[in-house]
Design a protein around this ligand. Sequence first.
Ligand code: BDR
Ligand code: CA
Length: 318
Amino acid sequence: MPKTRIILDTDPGADDALAILLMLASPEIQLEAITTVHGNVTIDKTTRNALALLEFLDAKNIPAAQGCSLPLVKPPHQPKGEMVHGSSGMGRANLPEPTLKPIETHAVDHLIERFLAEPKELTLFAIGPLTNVALAIRKEPKFAQAVKELVIMGGAIRSGGNVTPLAEFNISEDPHAAHIVFNSGIPITLIPLDATYKCLLTSADIERLNKIDSPIARFVRDVTADYMAFYLKYEGFAGCALHDPLTAATVIAPELLSIEQHYVNVDISGGVSTGKTYADFMKAAKKPANMKVALDVKGREFVDMFLRRVTTFAKQHT
Ligand code: BDR
Ligand code: CA
């Protein structure tokens, strides 16, 4: 089976870090580049975290390009992300200052260069606000056609929001970018809160993982510590959702996802539902489906798979 070649646009972020870890721990995936975006924390921190992670996870060969520092139109939600992911974005994990540097090319240009160099060969994963992806679409008219597939963690279709009563963080942080991306014609798979909230990593899972004496197991414990404290305080359970890692299921365990095809869009009207993603289940808009959406998942099976893969990877990197 050929590997799925991926470029990852990300705003690390505790669960972004776990997504990178899972991708590196998955033989079906070849992670070829990281582009950073503002989101959970500021762009200087998301870039620093991405570089520190690549170094820590023994993946220094993967280039990282720094991207946009602000949403296209609206002001950022800060400090909302810091409440969830800690002030550095990496919870209580203290990764050493990276020696790696970002490449000189801006993330938007790197995306354009990489996808145009090999049209329809690479899959783009976007697990932060969609600012870089939207600008690549606007800057280079051939970009959208060159992307084989775009997998997005974002949105809340039937589920409520996690940053406003209606909207999910990544989409709400830059709804105008999401609007450009959703209407670009790129083949999209959306992984919204409807599915990700069923993938709960518990404190018992963290304890079990830490039975092995490994820096990676300790990192998973530390990076999720603030994230779990937030969930306990605001949502009443001792664990956290594996939002961003679940995107990898589209490659490593698609059978766990319940996928439907729908016309999906995002509200950018400026009212209370700005950033809300909605699916036209009843085909009232009479528009063709523009994406696949994961509306359900076998959550525990995914979390167990995540733990198995991270355990194997941790044992190989002691
Ligand atoms: C998304 O928002 C961020 O806080 C997470 O990293 C994830 O990408 C979940 O709503
Ligand atoms: Ca993220």
